[in-house]
Design a protein around this ligand. Structure first.
Ligand SMILES: NC(=O)C1=CN([C@@H]2O[C@H](COP(=O)(O)OP(=O)(O)OC[C@H]3O[C@@H](n4cnc5c(N)ncnc54)[C@H](O)[C@@H]3O)[C@@H](O)[C@H]2O)C=CC1
Ligand SMILES: NCC(=O)COP(=O)(O)O
Length: 322
């Protein structure tokens, strides 16, 4: 039942929120941290382990650490490209542990994408795509979830100008299918109701403000509804996130990153969790980034990390490791 935590960017708040999350949950949820222990806050009670199987017994008294040497020390707020290989390896090691059955889930602390590209030619825009590559799967889906809302961006880390061309019926169909399967399997919703956002203002206003809704989104939705999917939309993105609208669906599939992430980070920044759907293992993460401005100052709120660990543990409990 041990959850592997990858360290994330050492100059960000990742190490401190992991340490704080262990303080909050270490007696309840076995976990281990993969990274360079010199990057943890000085006061952290940590203990080196050689093997994931030792984590459960250590975790009640110290944060179990699979210690790796990243080379230079970390300066809060100043990412060092020299850490990039270590950061990437920690994610890969976490995946290996989960896939080998030594851990039940992976919870990733935030990475600074630019430092990984500069330091190691990291070929992926984020964890989501890297994890898909490690797992050898083509279609994965990013979901951000909090008590009040679940959102899924169909396109993720691409420039806004490229969204319309990237938004193919195939991509949207895979996104909706994976989302529905996960709502049933991981979130225990027998008949998921999925809202689908339009791409354009007012969901295209009958074609007067853009054509993607009529040409692509609505026909795909009709086809999936004929198969038994409960889909609502295409909805105007500006009016689908207020409380009464949210009561009408279990998840919202959105067309691009900010359409999905702005509402959830506005509603519940502290409680939001990023969960990757469609992987053959469980991966969660806090919804926020590296927060360089507050790193090393003891100001970071660990709530989202705690929520991410809880969600990973709940998913493992409900469905078992994949
Ligand atoms: N899963 C991941 O690896 C993610 C990584 N990132 C990366 O993080 C870097 C910084 O991104 P930003 O857009 O600045 O977002 P950010 O989430 O790091 O920071 C946004 C604002 O929220 C505050 N904040 C964030 N987390 C906080 C916490 N736990 N407690 C208190 N305040 C907190 C920050 O101080 C800042 O004011 C980028 O390189 C981005 O790619 C961003 C999101 C997720
Ligand atoms: N904006 C969300 C984000 O950057 C998380 O991406 P990932 O690293 O989880 O793929």
């Amino acid at each position: 039942m041990t959850i592997a935590i990858s360290c994330g960017e050492p100059a960000g708040i990742g190490p401190e929120i992991a340490a704080r999350a262990w303080e909050a949950l270490g007696r309840e949820i076995p976990m281990l941290w993969i990274g360079d222990p010199r990057h943890l806050p000085e006061a952290t009670a940590w203990e080196e382990i050689d093997d994931a199987s030792q984590a459960a017994s250590v975790c009640a008294t110290a944060l179990p650490v699979l210690a790796r040497d990243f080379g230079p020390p970390a300066v809060p707020g100043q990412p060092d490209p020299a850490h990039a290989p270590g950061v990437i390896d920690a994610i890969r090691e976490g995946v290996d542990l989960v896939r080998a059955g030594a851990c039940t889930a992976l919870c990733t602390a935030p990475i600074h994408k630019a430092a990984l590209i500069d330091g190691a030619n990291f070929a992926y825009p984020g964890h989501t795509e890297y994890l898909a590559a490690l797992a050898g799967v083509d279609d994965v889906v990013m979901m951000l979830a909090c008590e009040a809302l679940r959102v899924v961006p169909a396109t993720i880390h691409i420039p806004l100008a490229r969204v319309p061309e990237a938004l193919t019926p195939e991509l949207l169909e895979a996104t909706i299918r994976i989302t529905r399967d996960a709502l049933i399997r991981d979130f225990g919703i027998a008949s998921p109701r999925i809202a689908v956002a339009g791409l354009n203002p007012h969901a295209g206003e009958d074609g007067k403000m853009g054509g993607e809704e009529i040409a692509m989104i609505a026909p795909l939705m009709d086809r999936l509804c004929d198969e038994g999917f409960d889909l609502r939309g295409p909805m105007s993105a500006d009016t689908m996130f207020h409380a009464a609208a949210r009561a009408g669906y279990d998840a919202a599939v959105c067309m691009y990153h900010d359409q999905a992430l702005i509402p959830i980070k506005t509603i519940d920044f502290a409680g939001g969790v990023n969960v990757t759907l469609g992987l053959p293992f469980i991966r969660t993460s806090p919804d926020h980034g590296t927060a360089f401005g507050i790193a090393g100052k003891g100001l970071a709120d660990p709530s989202s990390m705690i929520a991410a660990l809880r969600m990973a543990a709940d998913m493992a409990q409900a469905c078992g490791p994949r």
